[in-house]
Design a protein around this ligand. Structure first.
Ligand code: SF4
Ligand code: SF4
Length: 297
């Protein structure tokens, strides 16, 4: 099941209908303000946020990304390697979404992807013998949701258009693919370093922090950023998020997605080698000192 799905606390019986749907599949569902269960789905949330969710919500609320994260999210680990994830916070002492009001969602036009998908589950799968990742859909039918009883049929593609999901998927797909690639690489690639986890956190959830990061002189010494591209990244959050994902891919998998200045990589390796050699010398000296203390001269 997609980790992006908004769902109730673990149910006794899975709400996911075990029939895989594609874009042309027809399913019955309609949600509207006059339905008896209005808001019920927002009163018991477990809602993972994506980078584009955060971009939309922080801009709507007039906050920086770090202010939004501090006020409206709780951290969790997405996997055993400690890949950082964020969930929407709830009202104190409840599992009700912080953005829920009596009139409904107070951030409706900028609600997260999981809220848009709800009623459908979405998983990214790598099909057998196919390199490409494909989307598969499932109906998610929870007891409190009466929308499934409404006499309204639509295709998955029509539902996606109505929910504005194309834009959200376009902006989140690179990120989802990076996570999937990391997971499917398994233990052969090893645990990500502390530094790469920090960069994952910044690129995914702190766009304004990333904007400052790329203005840093160290970054500019390595990455070849033409002035017009830099200006575009300073002015446009969506361009910045796309660039952050390319940079992250380079950090995590060594894919040359971002243009590096000629010789900068080699220079960086030389610098790192000098740091590693110095560290190694310190470790050897410390080891000698410990032995002397333990066994005397
Ligand atoms: S963001 Fe809006 S739609 Fe999503 S759970 Fe919260 S109140 Fe509901
Ligand atoms: S129909 Fe389902 S999605 Fe719509 S308000 Fe009711 S519980 Fe939420």
């Amino acid at each position: 099941m997609s980790s992006l799905a908004k769902s109730a606390k673990p149910p006794q019986v899975s709400p996911i209908q075990p029939v895989e749907l594609n874009l042309d599949s027809v399913f019955q569902f309609r949600c509207h303000k006059d339905i008896a269960c209005f808001n019920a789905c927002c009163r018991n949330i477990d809602l993972q946020l994506t980078p584009y969710d955060i971009l939309r919500l922080k801009n709507r609320l007039g906050l920086t990304s770090s202010e939004f994260v501090a006020r409206y999210t709780v951290p969790f680990e997405m996997d055993a390697h400690g890949m950082p994830g964020l969930k929407m916070t709830t009202k104190p002492g409840t599992s009700e979404c912080i953005h829920l009001t009596e009139e409904g969602c107070s951030v409706y036009e900028d609600r997260p992807a999981a809220c848009r998908y709800y009623a459908l589950g979405n998983v990214a799968v790598r099909k057998k013998d196919a390199g490409e990742i494909e989307d598969a859909y499932f109906v998610v039918r929870e007891a409190h949701c009466l929308g499934h009883e409404e006499p309204h049929e639509q295709t998955v593609a029509e539902y996606r258009i109505g929910q504005g999901l194309d834009k959200y998927d376009e902006m989140n797909n690179h990120w989802r693919k990076l996570i999937l690639k990391k997971r499917s690489a398994g233990p052969t690639v090893g645990s990500p370093s502390e530094r790469s986890l920090q960069l994952f956190d910044m690129c995914s959830y702190d766009l304004d922090g990333f904007r400052e990061f790329i203005q840093n002189s160290k970054f500019k010494e390595i990455v070849d950023l033409p002035p017009e591209q830099e200006q575009e990244l300073m002015d446009n959050d969506e361009s910045l998020l796309k660039f952050a994902m390319s940079f992250l891919e380079q950090v995590l998998f060594g894919v040359s997605s971002v243009k590096v200045r000629p010789g900068a990589r080699e220079e960086r390796i030389r610098e790192r080698q000098a740091v590693w050699a110095q560290r190694r010398q310190q470790q050897v000296a410390k080891h000698k000192e410990d032995l002397q203390q333990q066994y005397g001269e």
